[in-house]
Design a protein around this ligand. Structure first.
Ligand code: UT7
Length: 379
């Protein structure tokens, strides 16, 4: 049975930066609170769609792997902020890449979507269904986050990362993965307004609402990531001493520190991007992995642990053996078009649209009816 080596990597980060000081211009918050409680200083706001970010990150990953798009056999689009539900988003990436032979699927497990997608690709390659795959983690959160709720607005950012996975005879790639879900806590993180339960109601509800119990998610996340890390390491017979680098989901520096402390891993071995990119949901792990490679933190043969959690509450951990090559075979020269607005201008435009939508909905419904209308999901 072949292994599934990670042979290409790439990120596509929107250039517009939203700082903690920018957030303080419209929220009752401060750089001091955000940095102390989360480790975040900046996040990116995208001026292009998630599909466009995914196409660029995939092109970069394919160039890095030296793989022709025409030879790609599977595209896995990991995201919970897909531009559309039907058609699926992976098909848009397939079309743009010219990867005509590739199967194309979307995977949504919220922040763990990239790693669940990596498990999917790994299993398909190891069992011979396909010989290679592009796995993407991408999120456009700015469009649906409630920017006027300081409990959530300060936490998230947009971004995208992708990897190429290819069949290999050497023992490399995912050595073990552990997936799980704490479903009794699924109410702790929910976005109302996205999905079939909400569309085509008798009135137009233009806005999303977020249910979020940050402290409960925090506790469950630490438990789930630590437990999955221990299980994944046990499955492939390695210990924390064998781990060279941890590339975790970047939801909060304090969560990462707690997971590392429980596992007994020193923070020097942990790759951090939370300060510069905040929480990009499914994009955090592939972007942090690409950054670790760019910064020379991945060595030939490195053993990498990747723990994550997300809404659901899904959680997982992957143990990955890196191959011999830690530099790209070639580099894709493409860039995103420059943004026409600053990040703060884009966010204020989203806020203005949401306010206008809310006014329209409230004109049609009482406040209580409005809340009921967006709480139609029984589960
Ligand atoms: O990837 C999946 C999604 N990510 C997560 O689910 C994140 C998990 N949770 C967390 O990271 C943390 O729980 C948070 C960062 C969300 C919150 O940190 P915390 O240390 O648990 O703070 P807290 O919720 O206990 O709030 C402490 C205080 C509260 O004020 P009072 O009640 O003590 O007066 C909040 O109202 O901080 C207040 N607060 C803020 N103050 C300034 C909450 N958000 C802010 C803010 N700026 N942005």
């Amino acid at each position: 049975m072949p292994y599934a080596a990670i042979t290409g990597w790439g990120a596509a980060m929107p250039p517009a930066i939203l700082s903690n000081a920018d957030l303080s211009t419209f929220l009752d918050t401060s750089d001091e609170w955000i940095a102390t409680r989360t480790g975040m200083r900046e996040r990116r706001i995208s001026h292009v769609s998630g599909t466009e970010l995914a196409i660029l990150a995939s092109r970069r990953a394919l160039a890095c792997a030296g793989l022709d798009p025409a030879d790609v056999e599977l595209i896995v689009f990991g995201s919970c902020s897909n531009d559309e539900q039907v058609p699926n988003t992976a098909s848009g990436v397939q079309f743009a890449l010219g990867a005509k032979r590739a199967g194309a699927m979307d995977v949504n497990t919220a922040c763990t979507s990239f790693l669940y997608g990596l498990s999917t690709a790994n299993a398909m390659i190891r069992t011979g269904v396909v010989r290679n795959a592009v796995v993407i983690g991408v999120e456009i959160i700015a469009q649906y986050i409630d920017w006027d709720n300081r409990n959530v607005a300060v936490l998230f950012g947009d971004g995208c990362g992708a990897v190429v996975v290819q069949a290999s005879d050497r023992e490399e790639g995912v050595l073990a993965d552990q997936l799980g879900c704490i479903a009794d806590a699924r109410q702790t993180l929910r976005i109302r307004g996205m999905g079939a339960a909400y569309v085509n109601q008798d009135v137009t509800i233009g806005n999303t609402l977020i249910d979020f119990d940050g402290q409960e998610v925090f506790k469950r996340a630490v438990h789930g990531m630590a437990q999955a890390s221990a299980a994944a390491m046990a499955k492939c017979g390695v210990t924390v001493e064998d781990i060279d680098l941890v590339v975790p989901h970047q939801a909060n520096l304090r969560i990462i520190e707690a997971v590392a402390a429980r596992a007994g891993i020193p923070m020097e071995k942990v790759m951090l991007t939370v300060e510069r990119y905040a929480n990009m949901s499914s994009a955090t792990v592939p972007v942090a992995l690409a950054a670790a490679l760019d910064e020379g933190r991945v060595k030939p043969g490195s053993l990498i642990l990747m723990p994550a959690f997300g809404a659901g509450l899904t959680y997982c951990a992957h143990v990955v053996r890196w191959g011999e090559r830690v530099t790209p075979i070639s580099v894709c020269p493409d860039e995103l078009p420059p943004p026409q607005k600053t990040a703060l201008e884009m966010v204020n435009a989203i806020r203005a649209r949401k306010t206008a939508n809310a006014a329209r909905s409230e004109a049609a419904l009482s406040q209580a009816q409005f809340a009921d209308a967006v709480k139609t999901s029984p589960h």
